[in-house]
Design a protein around this ligand. Structure first.
Ligand code: A2P
Length: 335
């Protein structure tokens, strides 16, 4: 890889695209040239990078000539079509969509867990699902010390996971609700203001699980390289702008205590403990937003398991940063 690579952002006008640019700037990524790509609708507009405007170009089959690293976040169908084109042109792709995550020859990487897999790539490296990243960063040090054999997760997922238009729908519908005006949602399937609903992905008619839940199960097993881990998960969209929260209960092979979990997570990479029982202060999306770590708290024994093998925690992380752009830029740094 060149010392100052040409970096393309596919989906530069999107919610994650904007954060790609922010992360490249904040982390002083050694970008030689930045290429901003989006649909024909955005061509000719500009985004700002290091204080200078970058003109957005329409994504086409020739967009990747001369590109060294391409960060994709424009949806699965765009990735499916254009990531192979980018690889053929010589770029390494870090893809934020689900298009390639479960392909056997595509590494699925959370740098704090399996950075070692990056070297196996054949042009594409996949960024995991945001709900999976949020859970797995703090679970990994525990799993290494005392294998997690069963995992139960309930998510409280922000609008940002459905893109910039969904964030705008949350703001606009909330304003309309408070003004007593009618509002017809166009992005998400249900009223969002002062409401919540089961995750807006397709339901598998056999299992009753939605796609988001299935992704969390499959991606956890791939990233942990542990096909035996039993996982139950319920994914819910809540009216929060940009950070996901999750209630997690895990059962380990050997007995485990709250203090052991606290000790394992105290200095764990990518984790910040927010666990103040006296002040009743625990992870909140408002605190998670804009920073890169997974906040972890409410560390306590699962009272439903008297054998002492199970612990419950509550976590929150910025979906647009650690759940998407930051994780991808960390991968690009390692590339
Ligand atoms: P555009 O703004 O031009 O539509 P989000 O995840 O926030 O919804 O953003 C989606 C991103 O994907 C946007 O940058 C959007 O660009 C981009 N995108 C959507 N459709 C296409 C397409 N056909 N070609 C290139 N980029 C696309």
């Amino acid at each position: 890889m060149k010392a100052n690579p040409t970096v393309a952002i596919v989906g530069a006008t999107g919610a994650v695209g904007a954060e790609f640019i922010g992360c490249l700037e904040a982390r002083n990524f050694p970008v030689g040239t930045l290429k901003a790509l989006a649909s024909a609708r955005s061509a000719g507009k500009t985004v700002s990078f290091r204080g200078a405007p970058v003109v957005i170009e329409e994504l086409t089959e020739t967009s990747f000539n001369g590109v060294d690293i391409a960060l994709f976040s424009a949806g699965g169908s765009i990735s499916k079509k254009f990531a192979p084109i980018a690889v053929k042109a010589g770029a390494v792709v870090v893809d934020n969509s689900s298009a390639f995550r479960m392909h056997a020859d595509v590494p699925l990487v959370i740098p704090e867990i399996n950075a070692v897999r990056i070297k196996d790539h054949k042009g594409i490296i996949a960024n995991p699902n945001c709900a999976a990243i949020t859970a797995l960063v703090p679970l990994w040090p525990i799993h290494q010390a005392n294998r997690i054999k069963r995992l139960i997760i309930a998510t409280y997922q922000a609008a940002s996971g459905a893109g910039a238009a969904a964030m705008a729908e949350l703001s606009d519908s909330t304003r309309a609700y408070l003004d007593g005006k009618p509002y017809q949602q166009t992005v998400l399937p249900h009223p969002y203001a002062f409401n919540l609903f089961s995750h807006n992905t397709a339901i598998d008619p056999d299992t009753g699980y939605n796609d988001e839940e299935t992704k969390v199960i499959k991606e956890t097993r791939k990233i942990f390289e542990d096909d035996r881990i039993a996982i139950g998960v319920t994914c819910v969209r809540v009216p929060v702008l940009r950070a996901h929260s999750e209630a997690i209960t895990f059962e380990c092979e050997k007995p485990i205590t709250e203090d052991e979990v606290r000790a394992l997570l105290k200095d764990a990479p990518g984790v910040t403990l927010v666990d103040d029982r006296v002040k009743n202060y625990f992870p909140m999306p408002i605190d998670a937003s804009g920073q890169g770590n997974v906040l972890v708290g409410r560390i306590r024994k699962d009272l439903s398991d008297p054998s002492g093998h199970s612990i419950s925690i509550f976590v929150a992380a910025d979906q647009l940063l650690k759940g998407a752009a930051l994780n991808a830029v960390q991968i690009a740094e390692l590339v």
